[in-house]
Design a protein around this ligand. Structure first.
Ligand code: AMP
Ligand code: MG
Length: 470
């Protein structure tokens, strides 16, 4: 017996240059530790026992209809181009069209070595698997485009990192796994017909209303602009915005050393490998534009006269900062109760953020409290808030409508780093109660009432650094 799902694998029907077909490496003792029942139903995965699910979502058994493969891609990592990356520890099982009519990739992450593994073991350990599970599902509940988590399994095998850790596999669901790096690999190699084929494939799959390489560029720039503004609005720091982690679909992808800010500071960095702060909170808009410039460069290679299209591509990429600003203003204005932002509101929001930064205010709780009338207490010196509040109250006018808006857009809970780390430590010791508790709270981040999860970390609880998923 295996699990059935309505697979229809378009990527596997592309030429061999795009991937290496191979199966996941079986594991010793698969055990299902998390399964996303509503998502499984949406995708049309048949009902199955925990054993069957464990076998399929750890890579021991292939579901019927799967065409397993590892995808090829390249990418700029921290600004330096790596001409060949690819799925080094992931296998795409295939695509399913869900009951909502949307096509999605089903991918196993941590499923064993592939021709693209380089020095890696092809495996993942339980910590990053559960981190991605919780944070990606929280992002989904926050209304932010993201890949999703269908299942997490233990492999029953050990993974060697700084210490010996329990191996695990994440089943990731994505609109697709096409990345900027997927285009870069063919552009770099001068494989123009593959580059054209990939462009057509991406247009058909994600932006059927757009046309040609420049149409695709315009669509992806818009999607990325909206995405980055959404991240900023919840204090999310991706941590590794390399071009291989930048999805063409506009979904958040690859939750490695990502984290949410507690107290607001524009320069916040969590990732232990980001020593220069390249991917700091406030740098994210700039990096998104830089990534789109790399995308444009790759796309241009397929034109008969790339030089002739440079002005148009430049114009599209240069339009991005103002697109991000507009989306940022819309989102942050809503966070302070303004539905129809004017240009001047930017200063009002920036003044509040500056005050929060100077006063050690918690990002999530300050905005949540603003909607509930208690923001003053979030500031070390509450008097510092009073002057800003007067200006703000004069701007919003009628308070009820503003409050109704704020309650809708300001989450009460976010996956705080110290909670994620404590959840991982418990799970490694076999206790999944903290995981279940987080999943329950993040199912409704706007209405959650778990006051302990709303509390910022004490100085002694703070987890200032996150480590890469490898
Ligand atoms: P990431 O930083 O997770 O986006 O990964 C960057 C690249 O390294 C991708 O090509 C991954 O497939 C590869 N990679 C990361 N971890 C491993 C691992 N444990 N084994 C093999 N490849 C890996
Ligand atoms: Mg990656």
């Amino acid at each position: 017996m295996t699990i059935h799902a309505p697979f229809d694998n378009t990527y596997a029907r592309l030429p061999q240059a795009f991937y290496t077909k191979l199966s996941p490496t079986p594991v010793r003792a698969p055990k299902l530790v998390a399964y996303n029942e509503p998502l499984g139903q949406l995708l049309g995965f048949s009902h199955a026992s925990a054993e069957e699910r464990a076998a399929v979502f750890s890579g021991v058994t292939l579901p019927e209809g799967a065409t397993p493969l590892a995808q090829l891609y390249a990418g700029h990592q921290f600004g330096s181009f790596n001409p060949q990356l690819g799925d080094g520890r992931a296998i795409l099982l295939g695509e399913v069209v869900g009951s909502d009519g949307k096509r999605r990739d089903i991918q196993l992450k941590g499923s064993g070595p592939t021709p693209y593994s380089r020095m890696g073991d092809g495996r993942a350990w339980l910590g990053p698997v559960l981190r991605e599970y919780v944070v990606s599902e929280a992002m989904h509940s926050l209304g932010i485009p993201t890949t999703r988590a269908l299942a997490a399994t233990l492999t029953g095998e050990e993974v060697l990192r700084d210490s010996v850790l329990p191996g695990a596999v994440l089943t990731r669901v994505a609109a697709s796994h096409l990345r900027v790096g997927t285009f870069q690999v063919f552009a770099h190699r001068g494989q123009i017909s593959e580059l054209r084929q990939l462009t057509d494939y991406a247009l058909a799959r994600h932006y059927p209303e757009a046309d040609g390489p420049m149409g695709l560029l315009r669509a992806v720039c818009s999607a990325q602009a909206d995405l980055i503004a959404a991240w900023m609005s919840v204090g999310f720091i991706h941590g590794v915005m390399n071009t291989d982690n930048c999805a063409i679909s506009g979904e958040t992808i690859d939750y490695g050393p990502c984290a949410f800010m507690d107290d607001y500071h524009a320069d916040t960095v969590f990732s232990s490998i980001d020593r220069t702060g390249r991917y700091a909170y406030s740098n994210q808009p700039r990096i998104a534009v830089w990534n789109m410039a790399q995308f444009a460069t790759a796309l241009l290679q397929q034109l008969d006269d790339p030089e002739a299209a440079v002005p148009e591509a430049t114009k599209i990429v240069h339009a991005m900062p103002s697109q991000i600003e507009a989306a940022w203003l819309r989102r942050f204005a809503a966070k302070i109760g303004i539905a129809d932002p004017q240009k001047d509101d930017t200063a009002l929001i920036e003044d509040l953020l500056a005050l929060m930064q100077a006063q050690g205010a918690d990002f999530t709780n300050t905005f949540a409290a603003l909607g509930e009338g208690g923001a003053r207490d979030q500031f070390l010196d509450p008097k510092a808030f009073d002057a800003w509040e007067q200006t703000w109250l004069a701007r919003i006018g009628e308070r009820d409508a503003a409050q109704a808006l704020m309650v809708q857009v300001n989450p009460r809970v976010i996956p705080r780093n110290h909670r994620i780390e404590a959840m991982i430590a418990a799970a490694v010791a076999g206790d999944y109660a903290p995981f279940e508790r987080l999943m329950q709270a993040f199912a409704d981040p706007f209405g959650a009432s778990d006051s302990d999860l709303m509390r910022p970390p004490l100085a002694s609880e703070k987890v200032p650094a996150t480590f890469c998923g490898t």
